[in-house]
Design a protein around this ligand. Structure first.
Ligand code: CMP
Length: 169
């Protein structure tokens, strides 16, 4: 069912092969299958945490459909965080994600959006639940290792920014 297709990324994003499948049919008795956008931030990449994060996602039973290591440009960073434009931390956040390489991922599975938020933990690492990625590895609300889309709407928007429009094949 999965087919290898060429992504049509927005201007500024890198080109990479990706996989897109059909309309994610729900099997009998199966829960809600979703896709979400996840990014290992520059502090996570610099600390060598990418493999650890991939392992945690896979151990949680979620599938990484596509993954790419890249550097964001300012347009892409500001688009990703556009809902935070005007907030006092916006510039700090954008500067941080521009400060080094990131790893972007398209993650799929049952309740993938909520489960990735659970794995990540609260924004502030000091308040994140024990055992979560941010609790174990984050150092501040800005350098908190990982970004995971916070709603179905953001997941759709962020996925489109980095992986292009889903294709019905
Ligand atoms: P992320 O999941 O990438 O999505 C938005 C980011 O904004 C969040 O992680 C934090 O890094 C940052 N952020 C949110 N709230 C604050 C805050 N109060 N102070 C600083 N940064 C914040």
């Amino acid at each position: 069912m999965l087919k290898q297709v060429r992504a049509k990324p927005r201007a500024g994003a890198e080109t990479a092969p990706r996989e897109v499948d059909r309309a994610l049919p729900k099997g009998e008795g199966e829960g809600l299958r979703e896709r979400t956008f996840v990014m290992v931030k520059p502090d996570g990449v610099a600390k060598g945490l990418t493999d650890e994060i991939v392992a945690r996602i896979e151990r949680a039973g979620l599938k990484i459909v596509s993954m790419r290591r890249m550097r964001l440009d300012r347009g892409l960073a500001e688009e990703l965080y556009s809902v935070h434009r005007g907030k006092d931390f916006f510039e700090r956040l954008v500067e941080h994600v521009l400060s080094g390489e990131v790893v972007v991922m398209l993650v799929e599975g049952e309740q993938a959006i909520a489960r990735m938020r659970e794995l990540s933990g609260a924004t502030d690492p000091t308040k994140a639940a024990k055992g979560t990625i941010r609790s174990e590895f984050g150092s501040s609300t800005t350098e908190n290792v990982i970004h995971a889309a916070d709603s179905a709407e953001s997941a759709g928007q962020e996925t489109r920014i980095f992986f292009g429009k889903p294709k019905i094949l």
